[in-house]
Design a binder for this molecule. Sequence first.
Ligand code: ZN
Length: 274
Amino acid sequence: MNKENYYTNEMAKRYMSNSVYQYFLKCEANALFNLENPSIDEEPATPLLVGNYVHSYFESVESHESFVNKYSQFKNSSGKVKDLIHTKKGLRSDFQTAENMIKRLDDDDLFQYFYNDEDCEKESIVTGNMFGVPWKGKIDSLNVQKGYFCDIKTVDDLNKKHWSVDDHQWVSFFKDRHYATQMGMYKKMLQGMYHKPFSCYVFAVDKTQGNGLAAIEVPFEDMTEAVTSVEEHLPRVVQVEKHEAEPTRCEHCEYCKSTRQLTGFITDPEELIY
Ligand SMILES: [Zn+2]
């Protein structure tokens, strides 16, 4: 596996990753369908592109250039070429925001100190056998020498609260997106590869006016707890992936909606609300 084929469907099938795992937790039917029927050359969602725009800037000048070039002449599945980054007048507003986020991080000394230390390796691929299953991950900035790794998160609003159905309470973006799981698995893979402990620093920057900025040292306990939860759930995910168990449908996502067959009548339309 290398940087060129990291995001291919072949690698997604060979290695479990945090994103695929999270898809399975959300809706098994949707996750399995997408894994087995990958959409080719589909236009990426804007928030994803904005995040990658910021990430590639901090990876290297060449990476940023090649990213911008690629999506300035993006060819979709119908063969149409489209500029996803610019309008005729310049950068699209989403990427102007991305430029502001970049500047916010670039001007911050604490961020520079950790993220751009001379021993840091950018976009470092890690792998490991996690509870009997091969996993992969890509680390934004890894410092093996000094025993830490960094991750940049681009967020709509750092201070926004999110309702957690599982916890019955409001939680931060960090918990809402299950980042402790991602970071905990990275840490576990790194420790397997280098036989030493690693700290995890997340730099989050948001899209609001003024661009909120936060540096988070992810507590070991949170990562350990998240990894334990992976250990519990992973056998089920593997079963579904191998078609040894019927995938559960969430009935809320686009996939479930679009494939739902009517099996009878409901008499109380209020059931439709959730
Ligand atoms: Zn679903």
